[in-house]
Design a protein around this ligand. Structure first.
Ligand code: M6R
Length: 600
């Protein structure tokens, strides 16, 4: 969702800000803008559309050694030039960018700004006008800034510049991610370290409700009570090349191809020199002690959670419930006596999951987060974290983080089983090694998948995925992948449910992708495929070596039955990729979607 960058130093800031915004493009946005401050005053440029359009719109001759920039994902008001950030106060003294949702913006407007004419439909403009209004009364910008953020309810990451003070960027954060990057003679502000890796790898985390004065040579963090905070920086463990596409046309294809390496990395990271599972003993204890696990997640991470339930229940014999985060918030089920909450989130920033975490922490329940971003909000606020080690995932469509989530869940399940004294024949590291090889064999067959995609999905309006057991869950993920990047209306169904309604949707030529990787349901799902074929469906079967029949379209190599989802999802990811490509869709940045969903 929205992204923020800021720079104050000695160098020309415009290019640094534009490059930073380009690195935030992956988060999803629909307009962008920047503001520069120099002796001539503030220069603002903004556009509806991509950073490439902003690059064309800006005056490249503008020189300024400080500025702020923004990518906006519309919440209040349509994507437009007027609603794009930065927003300015009535007199033009203050210029501000904001990420998040100010829940009480109408109340603030009525109470403090009844006579101020607004130029946009955004909640953000209220904030910058409020700061100006408070500064008129207090004549102290820092104090007015602190007072203003104190009045706000909801989520915000804010960067503000004052045209009368080119020495300072004012920053505040609550619930939305924001970091300060440190340099020699300069400092930066960024929603994500990726944006500013171009100039520094040293970053300061900010806690909710803190305000920060960022200057060229100093960064001062204050708590809401005005007391100063000393905090050590951390080093962003990212290589700038990790966030480049390299030879690949799209990040999604690169990330699909990286999956075997990610699985091998996970094996390495979660195994000690005696080939035992390496895990924080406190996590082991928490898993052992709980009487029920509640997995909370959204989207693709929710689909990984469904498979996590299978691993944990089958191997470790602990009951597991899997909940969509946004529903759980309003609809909390009766909890067991000793619940353990497991949050699964690639970004670690998903607001829906965070809202559940806040609730369950208030109830005193322990929380474990599985995330690809260890310093993220969910990770910081949970008791324990397991890192996915997938490397930065830039494409909006999650691929390698999903398979990493399943691999880490399988390891966690086996470790818990062993800790409970359950004897297993299943060696997760060995089996995951086989999975990595199988994934490699599949990513080498791109041409075959491309052909399949052009045969099955060239102009179709819709597409169905069917499976039973874990294949059903992979079908849900296949459908989500296809719809989010190709805009084909796609749904996943349990094979057995077809006759209870869905089969009415099947007509001549309807594409149906059937998954048949589980021996015990192989014949029944094939029966379902025949039923849809009899009604004209254009079917395609993905199966596993050993279960194949004449005419099957794609045979995945043999892996342990429990782990087939890690492999069978690869052709699904590739089918979606090629379907989107053939339809000229923006594969990495699908319309309306954001990588990091930081508003509820
Ligand atoms: O960062 P998270 O894993 O918490 O994100 C959850 C969903 O927003 C995410 O998985 C989304 O469904 C992806 N775009 C799917 O490809």
């Amino acid at each position: 969702m929205c992204g923020i960058v800021g720079y104050i130093g000695q160098d020309q800031s415009q290019e640094i800000l534009l490059k930073g915004l380009e690195k935030l493009e992956y988060r999803g946005y629909d307009s962008a803008g920047l503001a520069l401050l120099n002796d001539d005053g503030v220069y603002v440029s903004k556009v509806k559309g991509r950073i490439a359009a902003l690059r064309e719109a800006v005056d490249e001759n503008k020189k300024a050694t400080m500025g702020i920039g923004h990518t906006r994902w519309a919440t209040h008001g349509a994507p437009s030039h007027e609603n794009a950030h930065p927003h300015q106060s009535a007199s033009g003294q203050f210029t501000l960018v904001h990420n998040g949702v100010v829940e009480n913006y109408m109340e603030v407007r009525e109470a403090y700004l009844p006579n101020v004419a607004m130029k946009s439909e955004t909640d953000t403009e209220i904030v910058v006008q409020l700061i100006e209004h408070l500064n008129e009364q207090m004549n102290d910008v820092a104090a007015a800034f602190r007072k203003a953020v104190d009045l706000l309810k909801g989520s915000y990451a804010i960067a503000l510049i004052d045209s009368q003070n080119p020495e300072t960027i004012y920053v505040a954060k609550n619930k939305s991610p924001l970091l300060i990057g440190l340099g020699d003679g300069f400092n930066v502000v960024a929603s994500d370290s990726m944006a500013m890796l171009q100039v520094t790898d040293q970053f300061l985390e900010l806690m909710d409700k803190e305000t920060v004065i960022v200057q060229r040579d100093a960064v001062t963090i204050q708590k809401p009570d005005g007391s100063k905070v000393d905090r050590d920086p951390f080093t962003a463990e990212l290589d700038a090349t990790d966030i480049e596409k390299g030879m690949y046309p799209h990040f999604m294809l690169k990330e699909i191809d990286e999956q075997p390496f990610v699985i091998r990395k996970i094996i390495q990271e979660y195994q000690n020199e005696n080939d035992e599972i390496k895990l924080d003993p406190e996590i082991r204890q928490a898993m052992k002690e709980c009487d029920r696990i509640y997995i909370i997640a959204a989207g693709t991470s929710y689909h990984a959670g469904l498979l996590g339930k299978q691993f944990i229940e089958k191997l470790a014999n602990i009951p597991v419930e899997v909940h969509v985060a946004s529903e759980f918030s309003y609809n909390m089920p009766l909890l067991s006596e000793k619940p353990l909450f497991v949050y699964i989130s690639q970004s670690g920033e998903t607001a829906d999951s965070r809202s559940v975490l806040v609730q369950t922490k208030e109830l005193g329940h322990p929380a474990l987060t599985l995330t690809n971003v260890p310093g993220s909000t969910l990770s910081r606020e949970s008791d324990y974290t397991m890192h996915l080690h997938a490397g930065p995932e830039i494409a909006v469509a999650s691929t390698k983080a999903y398979t990493a989530q399943m691999a880490v869940l399988a390891i966690l399940a086996v470790d818990t089983a062993r800790a409970k004294g359950i004897e297993l024949e299943f060696d997760p590291m060995q089996e995951l090694g086989i999975v990595a090889n199988a994934m490699e064999a599949l990513t080498d067959q791109k041409e075959a998948v491309e052909e399949l995609a052009s045969e099955f999905l060239p102009t179709t309006r819709n597409c169905f995925f069917i499976g039973r057991g874990v294949d059903y869950y992979v079908g849900l993920e296949g459908a989500l992948k296809l719809k989010e990047i190709s805009y084909i209306q796609a749904e996943g169904f349990a094979g057995g449910e077809l006759k209870h309604g869905t089969i009415a949707l099947i007509e001549e030529g309807t594409p149906v992708i059937g998954l048949a990787t589980q021996e015990k349901v192989n014949l029944s799902i094939r029966g379902n495929i025949q039923e849809v074929e009899a009604r004209g469906a254009n079917s395609c079967i993905i199966t596993m070596k050993g279960l194949e029949k004449d005419g099957d379209n794609f045979i995945i190599p043999k892996v342990h039955e429990l782990l087939t989802p890690l492999v069978s999802v690869v052709p699904m990811q590739l089918i979606s990729y090629y379907a989107a490509l053939h339809r000229d869709c923006d594969v990495d940045k699908p319309r309306n979607l954001a990588k990091s969903v930081t508003v509820e």
